[in-house]
Structures are given as C-alpha cells and as structure tokens.
Design a protein around this ligand. Structure first.
Ligand SMILES: [Zn+2]
Length: 254
C-alpha cells in the first residue's frame, strides 16, 4: 500500500477483513469495504440475503445494521434506484440512493470502482458500481446527480473510491477505447494510453475523478487511495486476476 492509501484507508483486522475511509468515519457514516478475508459474503446471491452470519460477526465493529441492507442486480449501467427504510433487493441498477438513516446500501465489485457519494448535511448518500461500461454510461456522474437532485449540494459532497483496478494493471482493446472516445470525445485521450498494437491501458480512476469534478464535486473532496485490486490478489478480489469472489462496499447514513 502506498503512503496515501495508508492516510485515507483504515484496515480492520490482521490480515484486514475490511477497510474504512477516514473521511467517512469523520462524518459518522457507517461503512466498510470487505477484503477476501471477510467470510460469509455471497457471490451474486440475490435475491437471497447476501451476508451470512459469519459476515455479520466479522462486520460487527462497523456499526452497520445489515438486516436493513439494500442491494441490486448490477448490470454495468447508470440507472439509479432509491432504497427504502427496510431495505431488500432493489432490482436492476448500478447506483443506489438513500435518505434513510442506518439503512445500508451495498455494492459488489472485483476490479470495478465502488464509489460513495455523500452530502452529510443534506443527509443523502449514494453508492455506485463503476467499471469501464459504467464509466461510458456515466454511473459516477449519475450518482452525483442523484444526490444533488435529492437535496445535496455539490460543493459539500464527499466522494470516496474504494479498492479497484488501477492504470498499472487495466488493459483494454480497441472496441473499449472506441466507446470511450464516443462517450467523451474531448477528454478520452487523457484516460487511455497505448501500450502496443491494439492494446491500451485505461485509467478509470482518473476518468471518474475528472467526470465527477466536471459534475460539480470539488476535486479535493474526492478521495482515492489508489489501492489496486489486481496488484493485491492476496488481499482483494480481482476479476482480471481470475478471482471469482466479490468485495462488498457498504455505507449507511448516520
Ligand atoms: Zn495494479
């Protein structure tokens, strides 16, 4: 882990069972991103409960009320679903929104970006699942828009980007790059670097940071510890490294 990730991410357990962000802790937002050392988190188990008793025990220190969890079938899009107070399966969506307190949202990732967007004063929270398709579809901006349209103010937003694949490891091919170029004709070249014939490295971190900044979030309030899933296969799940597990990112309003 880099120095900056140590400053922003707090490991819990040895080896870490989950991470938290200092910025969200300060706001009183109960949250966690699990590692591969967290037991009892199902792989795509919807619509049955996604966290087993072992996970509830392992996450007891987070303060999350997992009985009120909301989750969705993630489809690499940018649709937003609003959670209810009681939680449950929310249908097909990649952005979850809530104004309920103590009712956690959950997003599942393995290389894709788990993005948390919170306005602590307006008491609005969103979680987004953002891979390359979600970046092209605008999922991170959709999360920002959902929060601001629900009373949030963009200047107050606190955004975190959890462990996900970095430009160190994320290769794409020409069809992917073409979709980026079509979606973002003025800026895509900043996020795509050629590495060989028909091969490119994609920087989804830089892309989503820039897209959320363009959507009104103050860049200094976007926290990205730049912890790469593919660089840490012993700690995290990476789809590209052949792991079939999922990291779970939870967050709930205080
Ligand atoms: Zn990497």
């Amino acid at each position: 882990m880099t120095t900056s990730s140590k400053n922003q991410l707090v490991p819990h357990g040895v080896p870490p069972v989950y991470f938290t962000f200092r910025s969200l802790e300060k706001l009183g937002v109960a949250h966690a991103t699990t590692t591969r050392h967290c037991p009892g988190t199902a792989v795509w188990g919807e619509p049955q409960p996604l966290v087993g008793p072992e996970a509830v025990a392992a996450l007891a220190g987070t303060g999350l009320d997992l009985r009120r969890l909301t989750w969705a079938r993630q489809v690499h899009g940018a649709d937003v679903v609003r959670a209810t107070a009681s939680g449950g399966f929310a249908g097909r969506a990649d952005v979850l929104l809530t104004t309920e307190h103590s009712a956690p949202l959950a997003i599942f990732t393995a290389d894709c970006l788990p993005v948390t967007v919170c306005d602590p004063d307006a008491r609005v929270l969103a979680l987004a699942h953002v891979g390359w398709r979600g970046t092209v579809a605008g999922a991170a901006q959709a999360a920002v828009a959902a929060v601001t349209q629900t009373g949030g103010r963009s200047s107050r937003l606190v955004v975190t980007i959890g462990p996900s694949i970095g430009p160190c490891c994320y290769e794409g091919d020409e069809p992917v790059v073409r979709e980026f170029a079509t979606a973002y004709p003025l800026t895509w070249e900043r996020w795509v670097n050629p590495t060989g014939p028909g091969r490119f490295v994609l920087d989804l971190w830089a892309a989503n940071e820039a897209l959320m900044a363009a959507a009104g979030v103050e860049p200094a309030r976007i926290e990205n510890p730049r912890l790469c899933t593919a660089c840490h296969p012993d700690l995290l799940y990476s789809y590209r490294k052949g792991n079939r597990g999922r990291l779970v990112t939870f967050a709930a309003l205080p």
